[in-house]
Design a protein around this ligand. Sequence first.
Ligand SMILES: Cc1cc2nc3c(=O)[nH]c(=O)nc-3n(C[C@H](O)[C@H](O)[C@H](O)COP(=O)(O)O)c2cc1C
Length: 325
Amino acid sequence: MQRLINILKAGFDFLFSYVYDMWRYWHHSQAFARFRSRITARAYLLITVHSLEKGLALQDRKPGFGKAKCSELLVDARRFQQKFGPDPICQYVAEVIGSVLDFHASTGDMDPALVARLQAFKETLCPIAKAYDASGGLRIIRKQEIAASLPPDAYQFFALRSSVRQFAEGKIPEEIIREAVRIAQRAPSACNRQSCRLHYSTDPDVIAKTVLFQDGAGGFGERAAAVFIVTSELGAFNHAGERNQGYVDGGIFSMTFALGLHALGYGTCFLNWCATAREDQEFRRAFKIPPSELIVALLVGGCLRDEFAVARSPRLPVDEVMCRL
Ligand SMILES: Cc1cc2nc3c(=O)[nH]c(=O)nc-3n(C[C@H](O)[C@H](O)[C@H](O)COP(=O)(O)O)c2cc1C
């Protein structure tokens, strides 16, 4: 009897959690309302504008490519402005369309009507805040610049990052967290939609309260100097096929953030966020995580001791991981 009750309880947890996930995606993604909010509309514009920008970055660019998309984008960007007012995304749209039209001009395939529409759109743009980078088009990277920036031993750089569960006294300065976020922002994301957000605290009470919601931080979490919650904004995603994209983008962002702190000389440990719907609801209520954000990962971080022990956590043989197609 008890076994049956346990199975039914687990079954209900599964069902409730899947329905909860589906409802949240349905309600907060842009699948059914692309211009519902500034966030969904920005991401919607990004999907198209990114396809143009990446078209520019191809080795063999098609002459006259993207005219229909430029035209469609100008309509959508105007709709965006009418609904949400000025936004840096509009400058970026104008920049990218400008680069595409410059390319058309360079191949003798200019569309004067599109050029005039872009000009008219540009005249509607307002100055944007300094913090935004709305530059669009291409940037050139030199192989030599990459070579000059590499660590002398690539493997060692990554192998010396371990999950740290004993920290030195001391805080992680705000500027360091900021720099690690700047590094994490270099992580790739689907169509550059940049859905990830980092909620964090260096307050010991908040750290202690956060790790209480999690079952893998016993004995070290509360001694960390900071706690980080990586989320992904569901409004950035579109159709059903993208329903798990927030976890992918969030995972890449989280790892880049952890490597960023490592590169800056601080330690981190990921904490699993394996939560049922009910736990997820309680957590987001306690920390005021917006309902439209998916909680992807938790991390704690702190200062490194001069010497410290970490779990060995041996890795599988490379041959077991490499699967030739
Ligand atoms: C998504 C994720 C969740 C994790 N959760 C926990 C956790 O709850 N508690 C913990 O002590 N370590 C946690 N870890 C750390 C892993 O145990 C650790 O990454 C793994 O053993 C490899 O060791 P290394 O990070 O030292 O290389 C987690 C790691 C990941 C990526």
